[in-house]
Design a protein around this ligand. Structure first.
Ligand code: FAD
Length: 285
């Protein structure tokens, strides 16, 4: 099923992201985690694409497993390190597997190769190509706090509009920990004429180590109340896990209360955390 049709139903959705293993050796443990998350019956499940495409076969395999289990799957695909031929092969494989949804990404530019010649410069080019290739529902990434490479807000929103106009059916946000940031972003998007659904990405932070990693990856702003939580519970793993789950659930309750209908959880392949959040939201989504 296409995500644009699920979103159109005008009922809240709760979708979940998983990531593939970096090596063949760990595929089975990842598949076990995926199977557990599938039992939560999320609205759809997305599967990330390893930087450089090294794990693309795993992305396709897991996306296919999700679809076969009856849950709509969304395969991520990045283009910065790909050739046009490579992208065509990926699209052919996804089509053959019956995957209907793709999150079209640029990917991070590998350090030291900023000026290297490449087939793709921006995700919008990939969006155009996917739309020309076949009948996929296409999503794009967006950044409530601005993309780190963008010179300023205005340019970033202008570039986002170009990407959406190239054919995005929906957007999914980078993680954020302060809902006010998301609400301002939403306002700027609508003001700029970006009218596709914007799915809010929520990352439950359940370990102290994850705080540093997630903030480095996303460069997200850490509100004082979240900092206090980590200061208070960070050194106690069980308490930190519980506090992180509650923080994420509260963020989602606030989003739902403010009319944000589509929530995406970055599960980090943790079925127990995903399940706890879903339980906290029972009856709301
Ligand atoms: P783009 O939309 O191309 O934007 C990148 C930068 O270029 C922005 O600063 C933008 O303002 C600028 N730009 C865009 N178009 C133009 C233009 N025409 N002229 C000038 N500037 C322009 N990475 C992975 O490797 N694998 C994944 O699976 C993955 N999943 C992700 C999922 C989500 C929801 C998000 C938010 C990010 C994900 N990423 C993933 C990370 C993403 O690949 C990086 O953040 C990357 O740096 C940007 O990708 P993009 O698709 O947003 O790029």
């Amino acid at each position: 099923m296409k995500i644009r049709d699920i979103i159109r139903k005008d009922v809240p959705t709760l979708s979940m992201e998983v990531f593939p293993p970096k090596t063949d050796a760990s595929i089975e443990s990842v598949e076990r985690a995926v199977d557990s998350i599938l039992t939560l019956n999320p609205s759809w499940m997305s599967v990330t694409y390893g930087a450089g495409g090294g794990t693309s076969a795993h992305t396709a395999r897991i996306a296919s497993r999700i679809k076969e289990a009856g849950v709509p799957s969304l395969a991520h695909l990045s283009c910065i390190s790909s050739t046009k031929d490579g992208v065509k092969k990926e699209l052919t494989r996804l089509k053959e597997l019956g995957i209907e949804n793709i999150l079209a990404l640029r990917g991070d530019i590998p350090a030291g190769s900023e000026n290297a010649p490449r087939d793709y410069k921006y995700a919008s080019e990939l969006v155009t190509e996917i739309k020309q290739f076949g009948d996929f529902c296409v999503g794009g990434a967006c950044y409530p706090e601005g993309h780190p490479d963008a010179p300023n807000w205005k340019e970033d929103i202008k570039n986002l509009k170009t990407k959406v106009d190239a054919g995005c059916d929906f957007l999914t946000t980078q993680m954020f920990f302060d809902n006010e940031t998301f609400y301002s972003f939403l306002y700027r998007c609508r003001e700029a004429g970006i009218n596709v659904p914007i799915v809010a990405g929520i990352m439950p932070i359940t370990t102290e180590l994850q705080v540093t990693r997630a903030l480095k990856l996303s460069q997200a702003f850490m509100p004082a109340k979240f900092r206090s939580l980590v200061d208070r519970f960070g050194s106690d793993p069980a308490a930190m896990k519980q506090a992180g789950i509650i923080y994420a659930a509260n963020q989602i309750v606030d989003l739902l209360s403010n009319g944000v209908m589509n929530i995406h959880i970055y599960t980090m392949n943790k079925p127990d955390v995903s399940s706890a959040i879903q339980s906290a939201l029972r009856g709301l989504v």
